[in-house]
Write a protein that binds this ligand. Structure first.
Ligand code: FAD
Length: 449
């Protein structure tokens, strides 16, 4: 017999939203059970640990393989940074990816290093600015010639004086922002591999801005704080879930015919064990896709051990031409090993990343082993998710913004209870791309503001 009052919250999903929620709920005296359909905790930040012997009498070193894609923590929010560092110390990793275009290497993000590598006659910020402006003007001329032939409205300078009028597709948008050389060598084919479509057939909104820096600075993020938890993300997740009951290999939507009735916790029976639900799985799946299926992009990884201590000299290399079918190669040890440590560990682990469509329909063919990663926030999918949110609201389900702040405190001392039976949160339930820090910040706001 299940005990209805055993838990205050059943939390579906042990990713950063679920785990952070469980952490603060436990601190507030709530009893939580976190379930996950995967065989491990941590959601997409989970790392597989691969040990390598270091040599006679020197023990072993572990390489943390980012199983669901490279994750670099970055934030401007000191409270979030202090919070995660109170659980596990973060290292000094700074993301500075390199692009490989047909064997030519360029620093990213676009900065003075990139411009000097692209154009040998460019040495100063003023020369780089002039070169980009010249290339943008040339590109706009070509676009307007093509538009004229088709009888389409011409691009004109925007009223603000910055940039050009409405781009019809991603290619036009990128050309108007950075011109031909950067677009062709560093954006076009990479983006086509990412989305599986020609840049002319992709909507302009995908690239709103293309930050260009006129300083020699390869630090990808502008945020004040960044790093990787020392020992890997599993340490962070284990700290968040310390003292919380957890259960893996437990699918909330498992059919009763294939589960062990005694131990399964599902959509059909969760009320017999907990008072409230915190759900971080896909919103359309919760409603059994009754309004239709949301589209996602996914990435598959080919991971292998290389018999060398240093395969590519950097954690992240982007392959920006169609010559290679993958978009990036990740060398995981560089997230956590620096200097001599790289060479002390005689082998290395690399992952090639292959973007693909994720199709959840039974006939879609993309489901096996694939994970929904990036929401496709076009008009069709945004309209569908709005309908699902309305349906959720009709059933009394809340989203973080509905709670407008705290679940604790003098006047609202009851937690989720009394406000709604269920809370949807995280990237799958909101159908929204979130970095890690904003997910933690959102949960901190619920419990601490
Ligand atoms: C490829 C990739 C790279 C990224 N890189 C970065 C980065 O460098 N920096 C950064 O800040 N952010 C990055 N992110 C974003 C980061 O992964 C997310 O912010 C974070 O994972 C969100 O946590 P979450 O809990 O919402 O989702 P998730 O981590 O996906 O957790 C959801 C959990 O719910 C479980 N679940 C789903 N359905 C069920 C069910 N029916 N029953 C039981 N359990 C279920 C899933 O198994 C999963 O464990 C990246 C994302 C991707 C996809």
């Amino acid at each position: 017999m299940m005990d209805k009052n055993k838990y205050d919250y059943l939390i579906v999903g042990s990713g950063l939203f679920g785990a952070t929620f469980a952490y603060f709920a436990r601190k507030a005296g709530k009893r939580c059970l976190v379930i996950d359909k995967r065989s491990h905790l941590g959601g997409n930040v989970y790392c597989e640990q691969i040990p390598f012997p270091l040599g006679e009498g020197k023990g072993e070193a572990c390489i943390n393989v980012h199983k669901y894609g490279a994750h670099i923590f970055h934030t401007n929010n000191k409270e979030v940074w202090d919070f995660v560092n109170s659980l596990v110390e973060f290292n000094r990793y700074t993301n500075s990816p390199v692009a490989n275009y047909k064997g030519e290497l360029y620093n990213l993000p676009f900065n003075m290093n990139t411009f000097c590598q692209l154009w040998p006659d460019v040495h100063t910020p003023a020369e780089a600015k002039a070169k980009i402006a010249e290339q943008v003007n040339e590109a706009v001329m070509v676009i307007n010639q093509q538009r004229q032939v088709k009888g389409l409205p011409l691009l004109t300078p925007s009223p603000s004086g910055e940039g050009w009028g409405e781009a019809f597709n991603l290619e036009e948008q990128a050309l108007c922002l950075v011109g031909k050389d950067i677009f062709e060598k560093l954006i076009k084919e990479y983006t086509e591999k990412q989305w599986g479509r020609d840049c002319k057939d992709l909507p302009a909104f995908i690239i709103k801005r293309l930050p260009v820096r006129f300083v020699f600075d390869n630090n990808y993020f502008n945020d004040r704080y960044q790093g990787i938890p020392i020992g890997g993300y599993n340490v962070l997740i284990n700290k968040l879930l310390e003292g919380v009951d957890t259960k893996t290999d437990c699918d909330f939507f498992a059919q009763s015919s294939i589960i062990n009735q005694q131990s399964a916790i599902t959509q059909a029976n969760w009320r017999s064990i907990a008072k409230c639900l915190v759900y971080t799985g896909p919103i359309d799946e919760y409603f059994n896709y009754r309004l239709g299926r949301l589209d996602w992009r996914t990435v598959t990884f080919k991971t292998r051990v290389e018999d060398t201590p240093n395969y590519q000299g950097n954690a992240v290399i982007n392959y920006t031409s169609h010559d290679e079918p993958y978009t990036r190669v990740i060398e995981h040890k560089h997230f956590e090993m620096f200097g001599q440590q790289v060479y002390d560990c005689p082998k290395t682990v690399i992952s090639e990343e292959y973007p693909a469509e994720f199709n959840t329909s039974p006939t879609g063919g993309g489901r096996v082993g694939a994970e929904p990663y990036y929401p496709v926030n076009d008009d069709k999918n945004n309209a569908l998710v709005a309908q699902y949110r309305a349906l959720a609201h009709q059933q009394g389900i809340l989203f973080p913004e509905d709670l407008n702040g705290c679940l604790t405190g003098e006047t609202n001392g009851r937690g989720l209870e009394g406000r709604g039976e269920a809370l949807f949160g995280g990237r799958l339930a909101e159908y929204k791309y979130y970095d890690m820090a904003p997910i933690i910040e959102q949960v901190m706001k619920l419990w601490l503001s």
